[in-house]
Each structure stands twice: as C-alpha cells, then as structure tokens.
Design a protein around this ligand. Structure first.
Ligand SMILES: Nc1nc2c(ncn2[C@@H]2O[C@H](COP(=O)(O)OP(=O)(O)OP(=O)(O)O)[C@@H](O)[C@H]2O)c(=O)[nH]1
Ligand SMILES: [Zn+2]
Length: 211
C-alpha cells in the first residue's frame, strides 16, 4: 500500500495524552472481571447460582470487554488530485458507547465531515474513527471533540465538523427517567468554525435530526 495514490498510515490503537483512554489490552483480565461480576450481582441480591444465570457473570465480563475493544485500522488517504474543495460528509454513522459515570450504554448517530486540503480520506475511515473513540468509557462531548481533533491532526484538512446525536440510557431508563430525550453535541474546526457560510452549509448538510 505504498503507491502514491494510496497512502496507508500506521494502525491506530491509542491516542497519547487524550482523556478517556481505551482500556489497556495488556491489562484486561476477563477471568477477574467475571469473578467481580458474580460478586457484584450477588451483592445486589441476584442469585447467580440459579441455572439460568450461571453464565451471566461470564457474559457480562465479555460484553464489557467487547464494548471497550476498538478494532485497529489503517487511515487510508489519497491525494486530492482533482482539487475537490467542497464538503465531504458521512451522515448517520452508528455510535455506541458507554457513559463513564454509570457504565450504561449510550447510542445514536454521528455526522462527520471535512473540507479537504491536499488529501482526501477513505470514507469508511470516518466511521472507523468514530468507533475507535466510542469504544471506551466516554462522555459525549469528549467523543465528539476527539473525533474532530484526530481528523484535523492526521488529515490536515481545511476544516472539520462533527455532530453526535445520542440517547443516554442512564437518563432514559434510570435516574431522571427522561425517555425520548436526545443529546446533540458538535465540534467544528478550521474554516467550518471560522467562516459563517461554511458553518451553516455544514449544519444544513449534516441536518441533525433531533431524533
Ligand atoms: N456532560 C455529560 N454528562 C453525562 C454524560 N453521560 C452521563 N452524564 C451525566 O453525568 C451526571 C452524573 O451525575 P451524578 O449526580 O454524579 O450522578 P447521579 O446521581 O446518578 O445523577 P442522575 O443521573 O441525575 O441520577 C448525570 O447528570 C448524567 O446525566 C455525557 O456524555 N456528558
Ligand atoms: Zn451515565
């Protein structure tokens, strides 16, 4: 993948210095997580020795390990030979993450766009970047900003825009119990932040649904 038209960069695994890091995979001890899950359920008065719950601690441990396991990927970019200078936007990228306060899921969609500079990015990578930062205990604001900052730093486009719309189960199923509430966050960088027309064009194309 070293032809000039197809630049594959290093696999992505970590973002040094970022808050909300993914769990370190050399530290994941699924057996210990399973034991802890059994104790956790017992402490809540749930009979884990019942036949139907026998495998539940194991399932819980594996479920959280999976939620916190981003898939590595290459950031494939191509030269912008045609000088394409309008927005590139992928709408409705699925987001599933876990809120760092309650360890309950939040899910929704992300709209990720950029105004190209000298290179364009493989479109699927915009979805992979979202998954990468979603696979860790998160808050929605940080997730939104991390995706935007990472794209800016790695692709050097003229501008970046990210909108995330999500439903937080810690708000809909428990606590305040506000089913139907949706949280919308955005992060704009470069021209999309500074130029009013580019900014409105981005929001017109991203058109958050207010799901
Ligand atoms: N800003 C932000 N807050 C979040 C996110 N996910 C969950 N929260 C909030 O984190 C807060 C934690 O507040 P606490 O008062 O410590 O926790 P709590 O007593 O369980 O609060 P309630 O949810 O109001 O019952 C709550 O207001 C959640 O709604 C997020 O992505 N961003
Ligand atoms: Zn929460």
């Amino acid at each position: 993948m070293s032809s000039p038209a197809h630049q594959a960069e290093r696999p992505v695994t970590m973002v040094p210095g970022a808050h909300g890091r993914p769990p370190r995979h050399d530290h994941v001890d699924v057996a210990a997580a399973e034991r802890a899950a059994a104790q956790f359920l017992s402490a809540l008065g749930i009979a884990v020795d019942a036949e139907s719950l026998r495998d539940t601690p194991r399932r819980m441990a594996h479920a959280y390990a999976e939620l916190f396991s981003p898939r590595p990927f290459d950031l494939t970019t191509f030269p912008n030979d045609e000088g394409y200078d309008e927005l590139v936007l992928v709408r409705a990228i699925p987001v599933r993450s876990v809120c760092e306060h309650h360890m309950l899921p939040f899910s929704g969609v992300a709209h990720v766009g950029y105004l190209p500079g000298r290179r364009i990015v493989g479109l699927s990578k915009l979805a992979r970047i979202v998954e990468h930062f979603a696979c860790r205990p998160q808050v929605q604001e940080r997730l939104t900003k991390q995706v935007a900052d990472w794209l800016q730093a790695r692709l050097h486009p003229k501008g970046v825009g990210v909108v995330v719309e999500a439903d937080h189960s810690c708000m809909t199923l428990r606590g305040v119990r506000a089913p139907g509430s949706h949280t919308v966050t955005s992060a704009l960088l470069g021209v999309l932040r500074d130029d009013a027309r580019s900014r409105s064009e981005f929001f017109a194309l991203a058109h958050p649904t207010g799901r």
